[in-house]
Ligand binder design. Structure first.
Ligand code: ZN
Length: 362
């Protein structure tokens, strides 16, 4: 191991909660962890933060330890680590550790988790390989703590993005592939596959067939609705399709890269049902009469106001029945369904050509 874990930070979950509540505090203060000792600070009444429905117990993961992480065995020598917000996966092989992703919020706790597991099983703790699920900093930003000698592997697009980003925390992969790559280390095997762009142009599927486990990040969210704007995906039709590609793999356990627990098949089916309902209600909402919006803003020539208010109204109408149906079923249905509906509206318009009042003039 080239980097040694330092002393643990204060409970990261508490820290993040505090950081969110204290959003008015300059980001640089948050980044240094200076708030870690102020976890009991009450949220400012001035912020008037909204209340949301309780998180269903089924969406919650295992409790974190005092250092702020949980590490657990998935199957055999395959493990996962979470801080409640992000997830990484690793194989403890006879020749060293193969790590998939290095989320910065877990950071040095990745090394502590690996040390904990390898101390118990007697296998080497050195991370010899790091697989990037994709190039985004929130999943790859702790790559640099693994040092220079680790072999970094990713899609060729991941390399292109990281060379462009020139982020010292995310060295570009030196081993790249186009469609498929088999990684075999110390008696363990991962099958990497690229099925085209989805959440990002470089997002790959990481399959551990011997352990019936699939890791694919920002596509399926076990127990929760997808992150806002359908996982801030760049290609929505491809992201929608990626959900089905993920389900076509013969996995029993899913590592989704986010939140505090692993996924089972029923989680994937539930997300597909949520998305199918959102698609149906969005399609219906797109027949909304645009006349009042043109009447209000058209005379002043405020074109963007017409688009904004009309499209926001469509998204709100699309989201309402889905929020009602999934509150208490999927966590945060009332947090991100409106954003997700808005993204689907835009994709239906510009990707699928359902232009509604902005279509071909008769
Ligand atoms: Zn991402």
């Amino acid at each position: 191991m080239t980097a040694k874990p330092g002393p643990p930070l204060a409970d990261r979950r508490t820290f993040l909660r505090t950081a969110t509540a204290a959003a008015a505090i300059p980001a640089v203060v948050l980044a240094t962890g200076a708030l870690a000792g102020t976890a009991q600070a009450a949220p400012s009444p001035d912020l008037d933060l909204p209340d949301f429905a309780p998180v269903p117990a089924a969406a919650q993961g295992p409790a974190l330890n005092s250092a702020g992480y949980f590490v657990g065995r998935i199957d055999g020598h395959l493990y996962w680590v979470t801080d409640g917000n992000y997830q990484a996966m690793f194989l403890s092989t006879r020749e060293g550790v193969v790590l998939v992703d290095a989320p910065p919020t877990i950071g040095h706790n990745l090394l502590r988790a690996i040390a904990e597991v390898t101390r118990a099983n007697g296998r080497p703790a050195t991370v010899t390989h790091l697989v990037y699920s994709h190039s985004h900093a929130d999943h790859a930003g702790a790559s640099s703590i693994l040092g220079k000698d680790v072999v970094r592997i990713g899609h060729s697009e991941c390399r292109r993005f990281l060379l462009r980003a020139k982020d010292p925390n995310r060295p570009a992969p030196t081993v790249t592939f186009e469609d498929r790559y088999t990684l075999q280390v110390g008696g363990e095997r991962l099958e990497l596959a690229y099925h085209g762009p989805n959440h990002s142009p470089d997002n790959i599927f990481i399959h551990a067939p011997a352990h019936r486990t699939l890791m694919v990040v920002d596509v399926l969210y076990p127990g929760w609705v997808p992150f806002k704007h359908l996982a801030v995906s760049q290609d929505i039709p491809a992201w929608l399709r990626a959900q089905h590609i993920a389900m076509a793999y013969p996995w029993r356990t899913l590592v989704g890269g986010h939140l505090g627990r692993l996924g089972v098949r029923a989680d994937g089916e539930l997300q597909l049902a949520y998305m199918a309902d959102l698609e149906v209600s969005t399609r219906a909402a797109m027949s909304l009469d645009p006349a009042p919006y043109f009447a209000k803003y058209g005379p002043a020539g405020n074109s963007w106001a017409v688009f904004k208010t009309y499209l926001d109204a469509v998204a709100a109408a699309a989201a309402a029945p889905v929020v009602a149906k999934y509150t208490g079923v999927l966590a945060a249905a009332d947090v991100f369904t409106l954003d997700n509906a808005g993204t689907l509206v835009e994709s239906f318009r510009i990707d699928a050509g359902m232009l509604g009042p902005f279509g071909t003039r008769p």
